[in-house]
Ligand binder design. Sequence first.
Ligand SMILES: [Zn+2]
Length: 162
Amino acid sequence: MILTTHAIVGGSLASLFPSHPIVAVVVGFASHFVIDAIPHWDYPLQCISVAPGHRNQLKLGVPLLQDAALIAFDACAGLALAVGLFATPATLAVIVLAALAAMLPDPLQFLHSLYPKEPLASLQRFHRLIHTKRQLEWPLGVSSQIIFAAAVVGATDALQFV
Ligand SMILES: [Zn+2]
């Protein structure tokens, strides 16, 4: 899934137990793998890849900067939405931490492509194993992710009133 979706799910889960920051972070991190198992769409990148055996060379140029800008925008949008949807002044820190934890496995995949050593290697194997092999096409993949995120927000709202 895209980082925005991961951050929203992490933030929503954290909002269910905002007084347990460690649990919120662990659950946020774990949620990444659970929702990556759902068939989805990921935006294509020009030069950054986490495909098996691919070593990122990171030659500074327009394609790398465009990739970095897209990823940064995705992460910032996710963080802003998680905060806007779920944080109160009292829970801001835990929501931000859980949203970051929910996105973290993807940058760790990238880190693994630069340093393919343990424990990143084991995490990468697990990430690859659990990640869906079914890539949805644009625009179904985009709308399904928006619907999924909206459903998570709705379910979180409902759970908070139980
Ligand atoms: Zn992932």
